[in-house]
Design a protein around this ligand. Structure first.
Ligand SMILES: [Zn+2]
Length: 365
């Protein structure tokens, strides 16, 4: 029965599939390859969702969606910024080899790129502080970003400590800390992860935009995807040594935020932020939502919401650790088991039980 069904499905899909070979091309100096060729070689079927505009490539465990001329890809339900837009040439979708190498493949096959490593110490960086207020919403007597990043960090510290991690902070009061000093604190402590916490606001006062964004270092040779263009040069930084880890870490955090909080997905993004580029460990910057959006702003100012956000970040960290943890031999007793309180609630388990939408993550080769 199953076989008949899938054959029927294939009959429906085949007319939209790419059966004729397409050719690679150089577009704006980037080497592009036919998406269907790469996908086919990896056991994925490619077909148009909207002809010439939106294309999907899928198998039983993986679903990638790309839009023509767009830098945003949907990778197993989470938006991820590409460095170069998807192109369509003679009716065939082409993807930059750079993005296959630096975004798609590291997320689909992390064990090929990432050395397993146990997470012991996590450095939390509450954005801004002291004379640096961060984003300010509502005029002179309005809300300052720095007043919400610190309580989020303290809440997150408590939850991570309960989960068995050692936590250090770059500040634990309303004090000014220079940007380069922040990753330096993490480096000195030998932290295994660095998490900078921020809240966003639109520069032009528009208030429709909402949802979290999670940033990791930009790969060498690409421009950053943050709107302001901060640190948009193309060079290598210290953080590029572990850029694949940082990408996977950002992905797991963004996924957890979007799935557990039910918020708009503003995508995993790339930036050479000053707080990220000198970090020696996987490092991310979370923009936890937009203060400039009236509905989201109210949530950000609410301690109960921040507690939920902290819980989602903890789940993201545990998901990242699940994918990157060293293998435990059967004879070794399991230590540092996650406390029961930190495991997903039964009603959330179906969406989160696997680390990556069912894709076998521990495959070798
Ligand atoms: Zn900020």
């Amino acid at each position: 029965m199953k076989l008949i069904l899938s054959s029927a499905l294939l009959m429906v899909l085949l007319p939209a599939c790419f059966t004729t070979p397409a050719h690679s091309a150089t577009i704006n100096g980037q080497y592009y390859v036919p998406l269907a060729n790469w996908a086919g070689a990896n056991g994925l079927i490619t077909f148009w969702l909207r002809r010439g505009e939106e294309v999907a490539t899928t198998n039983r465990t993986t679903r990638l969606v790309f839009d023509k001329d767009s830098n945003t890809a949907e990778i197993n339900g989470v938006n991820v910024a590409l460095s170069f837009p998807l192109a369509v040439d003679k009716g065939a979708p082409l993807i930059a080899q750079f993005d296959l190498d630096n975004a798609v493949r590291p997320l689909l096959f992390p064990s090929r790129y990432i050395e397993p490593k146990k997470i012991t110490t996590i450095c939390l960086d509450p954005g801004h502080g002291g004379k640096d207020t961060g984003n300010r919403v509502g005029g002179l007597f309005g809300r300052n970003e720095k007043a919400y990043t610190l309580p989020l960090a303290l809440e997150l510290r408590d939850q991570l400590t309960k989960a068995g991690f050692k936590v250090i902070l770059t500040r634990n009061s309303d004090t000014f800390v220079e940007l380069p000093a922040r990753p330096a604190i993490a480096n000195k402590a030998g932290a295994d992860l660095f998490v900078s916490l921020h809240f966003n606001a639109t520069p032009n006062g528009l208030n429709e935009v909402a949802g979290p964004e999670t940033y990791c270092i930009t790969p060498v040779g690409a421009a950053s995807s943050n709107a302001q263009g901060e640190g948009a040069d193309h060079g290598a930084t210290t953080a590029n040594r572990v850029e694949k880890q940082s990408l996977l870490f950002a992905y797991q955090i963004q996924k957890s935020l979007v799935q557990n909080l039910g918020v708009n997905d503003r995508s995993v993004r790339r930036a050479r932020f000053a707080v990220l580029r000198d970090a020696q460990m996987p490092a991310i910057l979370i923009e936890g939502g937009y203060m400039s959006n009236p509905t989201e702003g109210k949530k950000i100012y609410d301690a109960a919401w921040r507690r939920q956000m902290a819980a989602a970040i903890v789940k993201g960290i545990l998901a990242y650790q699940k994918v990157t943890a060293p293998a435990i031999s059967p004879s070794t007793p399991v230590k540092n088991k996650v406390p029961a309180a930190m495991t997903p609630a039964p009603n959330q388990r179906s969406g989160n039980s696997s680390s990556f939408g069912g894709t076998p993550m521990r495959r070798s080769g």
